[in-house]
Design a protein around this ligand. Structure first.
Ligand code: UDX
Length: 450
């Protein structure tokens, strides 16, 4: 067995398990930082695509960086987990932790399986670094698993290093993180982590070394705070609407207070995606298990306000169509859960589009990137290939994801295509006066009706 301390290894070999949004970006970024990298996934199709320079999802900047790093010879992809475990010095666990089908708890089976495979197949001293979002207490359990499964004589440590990347900005967030949090690391593991992140640390990224449970909780608390901020402004949006005030102006005014900040104060259809909804539910579940009932109650309200926004937009569409959408044509702009992604996991936009379709409306959806992923989830909706096609003949137009091309669309040109020029801006990014002067009846969440 190797006895070289990891922090003295001339060039670390980094294995990254899971090549979804998180893992694929992390693997490419690690190669960009100069390491030898093996990206590993049990899905052979994903591995083959990545090895051929194709990113199997839309993430701006990632295809270019993938191509660049494949050309250096530092970056490889493989479906052989055991071989990657034997090859690497540092093993990043980036597999998913989706919500369980039957409860709010996180499904940890992918994390447990990846960590077990790595531990079982180690042939030299190693560091296992968890990046997946997990309920507090998970990493301690994984340590026991590693101790049981690692071959005798191999010195292996498990630490937690949560990831905060946003889809659509994943490359920049990974290469230039706001902070680096490491939980449960010995001095030797701390030195290895500082070696891995030497470049961002040299750029001034703060490092927080802490214990395992704190590191696990930092991630879910960050997402819970962001979700709370969104639900707060959405709750205030309802007050604005009732009082003929404008929540977008209010948010700008609030945002000038540096203690509050403007980010995550966009009122509208609320949060979705693969992280915020499932992470606050998993935290709710875990907080209840731990007896922290107030935290669970707070997050329950956040979730309810958020889901209520989808109902509010459906109600506005019903109202616009005189109480029933049966056989009405509804144009929908946006399917992705936010702009700059093709991700439709728990997308509020698709949820609203599908609900209106189920009420008998003829719904035509256009999204610049998420048309294909949306079609896989909701094949019964109609999909357009342009804004104009979605607007054509519509009785009401819904703007459900704030892609810049929707925000920059010409209301005059579109008005002539609609059957009835009626728009519901569910993301608060259109300028009501422009749309109204182009002949549109305009409704927005948190904005005066007239
Ligand atoms: C989030 C966290 O931001 C990131 O740090 C974490 O690692 C993963 O989860 P992401 O899911 O990519 O990232 O999306 P994010 O940009 O946070 O947006 C989440 C949702 O909130 C989107 O549906 C977005 O439309 C919505 N949102 C965001 C609002 O409704 N209002 C806002 O002001 C901001």
């Amino acid at each position: 067995m190797s006895t070289t301390p990891l922090d003295e290894t001339p060039m670390l070999r980094i294995s990254v398990y899971g090549t979804g949004y998180l893992g694929a970006t992390h693997a490419v970024a690690m190669a960009e930082l100069g390491f030898q990298v093996m990206g590993v996934d049990t899905d052979v199709h994903k591995v083959e695509a990545l090895a051929a320079g194709k990113v199997p999802f839309y993430e701006p900047g990632l295809p270019e960086l993938l191509e660049k790093q494949l050309a250096t010879g530092r970056l490889h992809f493989s479906a052989d987990l055991a071989a990657a475990a034997a090859w690497g010095d540092v093993h990043f666990i980036c597999v998913g932790t989706p919500q369980q089908k039957t409860s709010h708890a996180a499904n940890l089976s992918y994390v447990e399986s990846a960590v077990s495979t790595v531990a079982r197949n180690l042939t030299k001293d190693a560091l296992i670094v968890g990046k997946s979002t997990v309920p507090v207490g998970t990493a301690a359990g994984l340590r026991t698993l590693v101790a049981q499964l690692a071959p005798a004589g191999v010195d292996v440590e498990l630490v937690w290093n949560p990831e905060f990347l946003r889809e659509g900005k994943a490359v920049n967030d990974t290469l230039h993180p706001d902070r680096i949090v490491v939980g449960g690391a010995s001095e030797r593991a701390q030195a290895t982590m500082r070696q891995v992140y030497a470049t961002p640390i040299a750029e001034g990224t703060p490092v927080v070394m802490t214990d395992l449970p704190t590191s696990e909780l930092v991630k879910v608390s960050a997402n819970a705070f962001l979700a709370t901020k969104i639900s707060f402004i959405n709750a205030i949006a309802a007050v604005c609407e009732a009082a003929d005030a404008d929540v977008t102006v209010l948010a700008d005014a609030l945002g000038h207070d540096v203690r509050i900040g403007r980010q995550f104060l966009d009122a509208g259809l609320g949060f979705g995606g693969g992280c915020l909804p499932k992470d606050i539910r998993a935290l709710m579940h875990r907080a209840t298990e731990l007896g922290a009932h107030r935290a669970a109650a707070l997050l329950q309200q956040v979730d309810e306000i958020n889901m209520g926004q989808r109902a509010a937009v459906i109600d506005l569409a019903l109202e616009a169509c005189g109480g029933s959408v049966l056989n009405r044509r509804i144009g929908v702009l946006g399917a992705a859960f936010k702009p700059e992604t093709d991700d439709v996991r728990d997308s509020p936009a698709l949820n609203v589009a599908a609900a209106l379709h189920l009420r008998g409306a003829q719904v035509t959806v256009f999204d610049p990137q998420a048309g294909d992923t949306a079609r896989k989830s909701f094949p019964t909706l109609s999909y357009a290939t342009s804004i104009e096609e979605a607007v054509e003949g519509s009785d009401v137009l819904l703007v459900l994801t704030e892609w810049s091309q929707f925000v920059d669309a010409h209301p005059e040109k579109l008005a002539s295509l609609a059957n009835v020029a009626r728009v519901i801006d569910a993301r608060g990014k259109l300028i009501p006066a422009e749309w109204r002067s182009a002949g549109w009846q305009f409704r927005g969440l948190g904005r005066a009706a007239a």
